[in-house]
Write a new protein. Structure first.
Ligand code: SF4
Length: 324
């Protein structure tokens, strides 16, 4: 039996690509990837529904380096889709060789994303991932050069499709034929395509050379304020975010909270100069239930050492000026 590896994001296109090959009796191992920017829950749901085994591959560290310095640049936001595809296909290529699969397939549709799914880019990705001739795109296969699996008769090209462009009409018709009616919205799920998240990420890269996974996790919590070139503060917006900030807190961080009124947790990753800590305290007061017109008591903690100070709330103008 022919064995193939499918990149399953869990979106409609990758589900349909899998179904088309299942119809040809191909044995499929689905793979998906985990990083700090996207998870694998959608893929898990799709794999259950498609009755295929799913392997989750953690590429967090390697992917973060690539996001910081993409060879082929970013898309509309901080999404380095070309580099990201190369990395994913490289990983699929290792697996193909190690476990004797015959080809790799994806749910990509020619021309659906003009920047990353045109013919030249699909070829470039195949070449740079070391998978030339091995990547089948069942939804657009008839518009693309024949892959090795098609030439060798392992896949019947005649039963593959010729979908192209941004319209999703053909995919919706196909989904209907397969009885698939609940699928996630396209392009959701990757934080790198989110403008607000991308703004924070740009700020992080501009101010910090060594970026860790924890820095990325912090970007997903609370409000962020830039205090100076080296310091920022993150302030929780609700109970779960305050708890998450405490979970993410590490050695050298400063944690701030208002002592006599309900209020948020503020966290300064890796600490900062005294003036920045003062500003962070006043931001923390601003978002607490304490009065805005008189100083209130604030508790600072760094590496188990506590200090108390009185801080007024900062003005709305300062909040606006510092928010990232
Ligand atoms: S949208 Fe995100 S996950 Fe998808 S290819 Fe681009 S960077 Fe990678």
């Amino acid at each position: 039996m022919t064995k193939a590896i499918g990149l399953l994001s869990g979106g409609l296109d990758s589900i349909l690509a899998t179904r088309l090959l299942q119809d040809q009796g191909i044995e499929i191992l689905a793979i998906c990837f985990k990083t700090s920017f996207f998870g694998f829950q959608k893929a898990q749901r799709a794999a259950i529904r498609l009755k295929v085994s799913l392997r989750v591959i953690d590429i967090s560290e390697e992917h973060l380096q690539l996001v910081q310095n993409p060879r082929y640049g970013y898309g509309r936001n901080m999404n380095p889709c070309i580099d990201c595809h190369i990395l994913m296909l490289k990983r699929a290529g290792y697996l193909l060789e190690r476990e004797n699969f015959e080809f790799i397939f994806t749910g990509e549709v020619l021309g659906q994303r003009p920047m990353s799914q045109n013919k030249q880019v699909l070829q470039l990705v195949a070449r740079n991932s070391g998978c030339e001739g091995l990547i089948l795109r069942p939804l657009s296969a008839k518009l693309l050069p024949e892959t090795r699996a098609e030439k060798e008769g392992k896949v019947d090209r005649g039963r593959l499709l010729d979908i192209q462009g941004r319209s999703r009409k053909s995919q919706f018709e196909l989904a209907k034929r397969y009885g698939i009616d609940d699928f996630p919205a396209p392009a959701g799920g990757c934080l790198l395509t989110d403008p607000a998240f991308s703004r924070r990420l740009r700020d992080l890269f501009a101010h910090q050379k060594e970026v860790q996974i924890r820095d990325i996790e912090l970007l997903q919590v609370g409000r962020h304020f830039r205090l100076d070139e080296s310091a920022k503060v993150v302030i929780g917006r609700r109970k779960e975010e305050n708890e998450r900030l405490l979970e993410l807190a590490d050695e050298g961080d400063v944690i701030i909270k208002v002592t006599d009124y309900p209020g948020p947790i503020a966290l300064i990753p890796r600490g900062g100069p005294k003036m920045c800590i003062g500003t962070a305290a006043s931001l923390c007061v601003r978002y607490s239930d304490g009065p805005n017109n008189i100083p209130v008591l604030v508790l600072l903690e760094k590496d188990g050492i506590e200090e108390r100070l009185e801080s007024p709330a900062c003005s709305q103008e300062i909040c606006q000026a510092l928010i990232i």
